[in-house]
Design a protein around this ligand. Structure first.
Ligand code: BES
Ligand code: MN
Ligand code: ZN
Length: 476
C-alpha cells in the first residue's frame, strides 16, 4: 500500500477511481464537465445528486478523463470535516468495486492526513469468510491531490492498527475467546521492541482475587484471562494506563439476552480491541510515554457454573457488589482491571474503553463515543484529538448524586442502577474502582460496531476510537 501526494490536475491522473469533491448545488462540477466534454450536471440531477455532504455518485468515465471511474463525492458547504468524511466515502466506494488505485481530489490541499486516514478506514472490510468470488481487493495505491502532510509516515501506522482492531472485533466468538485474544496480544504486541506481556489464567485470577473476571467467566467452558502489556521507553515522563472490556461474547448470562440483542455480541470485546490497538500504535510510533494496557477477557455465558443473581463479589479494594443483573457484566470485569491499573506507581492518566451500555447507544447513537470524566482538561484534550481523528465523542454527565441509584441491600453497591441514566450509573459504578490517576471512561457501545454499513464504514466493527486515543497519546 503506497500513499502519495501530488499537485497535478486531478483530471489528468490515471487511477481506477477519481474521487472529486462537489459542493452544494453542484459547486465545482463545471470544471469536470468541461474536462470530460459532457454535461455532467444533467446526469447528476437525473440521479438526484446535488453535492450534499455524505452523498456520492459514480460515473464510468469512458475515456473522458484519465481515471476509469469518476466518483463525485458531496461535501455540502465544504467544511474541512465534510471533505474529510467524503474521503471515507471514497475509500468505501473504492472497496465495493475493488479499486486498486484511488485519487482523492477534495478541494483542500491541507487535508492530506485526515483524508488518507479516513479513506483507509472506509476501504476496510471484513470478508475472510465470504466466498472468493465475493471478495474485493483493498487499495494498493492512494493519491491525495494536495500537500504532503507533516509526519506522513504515521498515517499508515494509525490506519493499520485501526484495521487490526476491526479484525479482532469482527472475528466470530468461536475463533476469538479469552485464550485466543491473549494469543493475539502475544503475537501482535509481545513482539514489539520494549513490550512485555503477562497473562493470568483461571488459577492466577483466583489467587489474585479477580472476582469480577472470574464471576463473569465461570458460566463458560472458555476460561477467562487478565491480559496486560507494558511499555517503558527510556526518558518517559508521562504514564498512561489503558483498560479495555474484553467480553468475547455477551449472551447476558442467566439474565439472558433475547436473540436480536445477542446477534452481534461478539462485538463486546471492542473496548479491549480499541485499547490494544491504540497501545500498538503508540509503541510503533515510538511515543515517549510509559504505557500499560489491561484487558479483562471473559465470555458471559450461562453454563452450570454461571454466576447468579444475588451473588456478592468482594473486590480487592474492599468494595462489595451485589449482582442484580448478570447482563451488566462489563463493569464487573473492568473493575478488576481498574483496581490493578491504579496500583501501578506513577500512572498519570487512566482511560477505559468499553461497549458498556445500550443506554449510551440510545443517548448518542452510533456516531458518537460517550465520554465520562470529572476532569475538564482531560475532556478538552480528548476533544482536541477528536478534531484530528474525526472520531466523535460526546461528553455525558458523571453526576455524583446518581451514585445513590447503586445502593444495595446486602452489599455496598449493586451492579445496575435501573433504567434512568443507565450509561451514567455504569460510569459511576466504575468510579468506585479508580483511585489516583485522572480518569476518563469511553462508552463505545454505539461507535465501535455498526450493524449496517454506512457511507464511510462497512458493516461491523468501525475501529473507533483507536485513532482518537492514538492522537491523544501523541499530544502528551
Ligand atoms: N454489552 C452490553 C452493552 C451493549 C449493548 C453493547 C448494545 C453494544 C450494543 C452490556 O453488557 C449490557 O448488556 N448492558 C446492559 C446493562 C443493563 C443490564 C443495566 C444494557 O445496556 O442493557
Ligand atoms: Mn451484558
Ligand atoms: Zn456486555
Amino acid at each position: 500500500m503506497t500513499i502519495s501526494y501530488t499537485d497535478a490536475d486531478a483530471l489528468t491522473l490515471e487511477a481506477d477511481v477519481l474521487a472529486y469533491a462537489i459542493g452544494d448545488d453542484l459547486a465545482g462540477l463545471d470544471a469536470v464537465s468541461a474536462a470530460a466534454g459532457a454535461d455532467l450536471a444533467a446526469y447528476a440531477k437525473a440521479h438526484g445528486f446535488t453535492g450534499a455532504a455524505g452523498s456520492h455518485l459514480a460515473l464510468p468515465a469512458m475515456g473522458s478523463i484519465a481515471a476509469s471511474t469518476l466518483l463525485l463525492v458531496g461535501v455540502g458547504k465544504g467544511t474541512a470535516s465534510d471533505r474529510a468524511s467524503a474521503a471515507g466515502t471514497a475509500g468505501r466506494q473504492a472497496r465495493t468495486v475493488g479499486a486498486g488505485s484511488l485519487v482523492l481530489a477534495l478541494g483542500d490541499a491541507s487535508l492530506g492526513r485526515e483524508a488518507c486516514e479516513r479513506a483507509l478506514a472506509g476501504n476496510y472490510t471484513f470478508d475472510q469468510f465470504k466466498p472468493e468470488k465475493d471478495r474485493k481487493p483493498a487499495l494498493d495505491q492512494l493519491t491525495f491531490v494536495g500537500d504532503a502532510p507533516a509526519s506522513a509516515d504515521r498515517i499508515a501506522v494509525r490506519a493499520d492498527w485501526q484495521s487490526k482492531a476491526r479484525d479482532l472485533v469482527n472475528l466470530p466468538a468461536a475463533d476469538l475467546y479469552p485464550a485466543t485474544l491473549a494469543d493475539w496480544v502475544h503475537k501482535h504486541l509481545g513482539t514489539l521492541d520494549g513490550v512485555t506481556v503477562e497473562v493470568w489464567g483461571p488459577e492466577k485470577l483466583h489467587e489474585e482475587g479477580c472476582v469480577g473476571i472470574i464471576a463473569v467467566g465461570q458460566g463458560s467452558a472458555k476460561t477467562p484471562r487478565l491480559i496486560r502489556a507494558s511499555y517503558r521507553p527510556e526518558g518517559a515522563t508521562t504514564h498512561v494506563a489503558l483498560v479495555g472490556k474484553g467480553v468475547t461474547f455477551d449472551a447476558g448470562g442467566l439474565s439472558l439476552k433475547g436473540t436480536p440483542y445477542m446477534q452481534t455480541m461478539r462485538c463486546d470485546m471492542g473496548g479491549s480491541a480499541t485499547v490494544l490497538a491504540a497501545f500498538g500504535a503508540a509503541v510503533e510510533l515510538g511515543l515517549p510515554i510509559a504505557l500499560d494496557v489491561w484487558v479483562g477477557a471473559a465470555e458471559n455465558m450461562l453454563g452450570a457454573d454461571a454466576f447468579k443473581l444475588g451473588d456478592i463479589l468482594t473486590y480487592k479494594n474492599g468494595v462489595t457488589v451485589e449482582i442484580h443483573n448478570t447482563d451488566a457484566e462489563g463493569r464487573l470485569v473492568l473493575a478488576d482491571c481498574l483496581i490493578r491499573a491504579c496500583e501501578v506507581e506513577g500512572v498519570d492518566y487512566l482511560v477505559d474503553a468499553a461497549t458498556l451500555t445500550g443506554a449510551c447507544v440510545v443517548a448518542v447513537g452510533g456516531d458518537f463515543t460517550g465520554l465520562f470524566t470529572d476532569d475538564d482538561d482531560f475532556a478538552a484534550a480528548l476533544s482536541a484529538a477528536e478534531q484530528q481523528s474525526g472520531e466523535r465523542v460526546w461528553r455525558l454527565p458523571l453526576h455524583a448524586p446518581y451514585k445513590k441509584l447503586l445502593k444495595a441491600d446486602w452489599a455496598q453497591i449493586k451492579n445496575v442502577g435501573g433504567r434512568d441514566a443507565g450509561a451514567t450509573t455504569a460510569a459511576l459504578f466504575l468510579q468506585h474502582f479508580v483511585d489516583g490517576p485522572a480518569w476518563a471512561h469511553l462508552d463505545i457501545a454505539g461507535s465501535s460496531f455498526h450493524d449496517t454499513a454506512s457511507t464511510t464504514y462497512a458493516a461491523g466493527a468501525t475501529g473507533e476510537p483507536v485513532r482518537l486515543l492514538t492522537y491523544w497519546m501523541e499530544s502528551l
